[in-house]
Write a protein of this length. Structure first.
Length: 341
């Protein structure tokens, strides 16, 4: 155990080292050497247990007084070092600040917004609905009876015997039609679910935008006009649109809508499978069976309309040249950086 003289000598030496410390790193080294877990003062305090009671009290008081004195010197030197401007290459206050990286709108969200803006300009209003719905609204009211073979293409996620994750946003306009009568123009964007195997062009979770126009005047020519305007405003005014006969349970007649391949201008290439066309969406006149199931004002003479639905990821892939649908969901910032990030 150090005597009075050696303890004071230790304190004096520590004080000199504290005063000489040129930076915070050196000051921390001095603190650790004297007051750290294995420091000199700490070791002296631990050794007090071997002294007689009276000597232990005197030595303990002296060491604690020295410890407090050194802690005060350390705090004062730390404050002094903190008030000294940094020198050298560590800090140049004349340099401009560094802004954090900016994020960007996800391409799927951007496409939904662009399509929504176009449809609003054509007189449609937004309608949104729940992602879980009943079998009735998702299938039966849209002319998918329980034993209908078209259900196989929508083999999906049932949460109970009657509740499922919606396979299409058509269920939204079915709800709207129950609450309102004609005339009606709505579009319904949202997430949908089907039990698809994940690959470059399929996903069990994807997004749709569906549109519905109902009144006593519209016909198939209006459907063609709306989709022609939508696709030309989205892809460009030189877009060539083609309608081909098809089948959907809730529309009759129905059509597949394609656009001419922009890579080959209809000549045929690998992008379009040598056909010259890229299939894009489905559409048609609302089936009278749907109107009969909804009842009310929708069964009035002369009421008719059309519906269409398009996959948002497919629009984004075709517009931006994205070849794999999985890229939208892998959270790779390299993809998002191409959209303004």
């Amino acid at each position: 155990m150090a005597g009075d003289g050696s303890a004071e000598s230790l304190a004096a030496r520590a004080g000199e080292e504290i005063a000489r410390a040129a930076d915070a790193v050196e000051l921390e080294r001095v603190r650790t050497a004297y007051l750290g877990r294995k420091g000199t003062i700490t070791a002296e305090l631990r050794a007090l247990g071997g002294l007689p009671a009276e000597a232990r009290r005197e030595a303990g008081a002296r060491l604690n007084e020295i410890k407090g004195r050194l802690e005060g010197l350390l705090a004062g030197r730390a404050a002094a070092l903190g008030s000294v401007p940094a020198s050298g290459p560590g800090l140049d206050v004349t340099l401009p600040g560094r802004l954090p990286p900016r994020g960007s709108v996800h391409p799927v969200t951007a496409v939904i917004g662009e399509v929504a803006a176009i449809l609003r300009g054509l007189g449609f209003e937004l309608a949104v609905g729940r992602e879980t719905d009943t079998d009735y609204y998702n299938f039966e009211v849209l002319n998918y009876p329980p034993d209908h073979p078209a259900r196989d293409m929508h083999d999906t996620f049932f949460l109970s015997r009657d509740i499922l994750l919606r396979t299409q946003t058509s269920s939204v306009w079915a709800h709207v039609m129950e609450k309102r009568g004609p005339p009606l123009r709505v579009f319904c964007p949202g997430r949908t679910y089907r039990r698809d195997v994940v690959d470059a062009s399929h996903s069990p979770v994807f997004h749709q935008v569906e549109g519905l126009w109902m009144d006593d005047r519209c016909g198939f020519s209006d459907l063609k006009g709306v989709l022609d305007a939508l696709l030309k405003r989205f892809f460009g005014e030189d877009t060539v649109v083609r309608f081909s006969p098809s089948y959907f349970p809730f529309t009759e007649p129905s059509a597949e809508v394609s656009i001419q391949c922009s890579a080959c201008r209809g000549a045929g290439c690998r992008t379009c499978g040598r056909s010259g066309w890229l299939e894009l969406l489905g559409a048609g006149m609302v089936n009278p069976k749907v109107l009969a199931a909804l009842g009310g004002p929708w069964t009035a003479p002369g009421i008719r309309g059309f519906a269409f639905g398009v996959g948002v990821e497919r629009l984004a892939m075709m517009k931006y040249g994205i070849t794999d649908m999985r890229w939208f969901y892998e959270n790779d910032l390299r993809l998002l950086a191409g959209f303004g990030g």
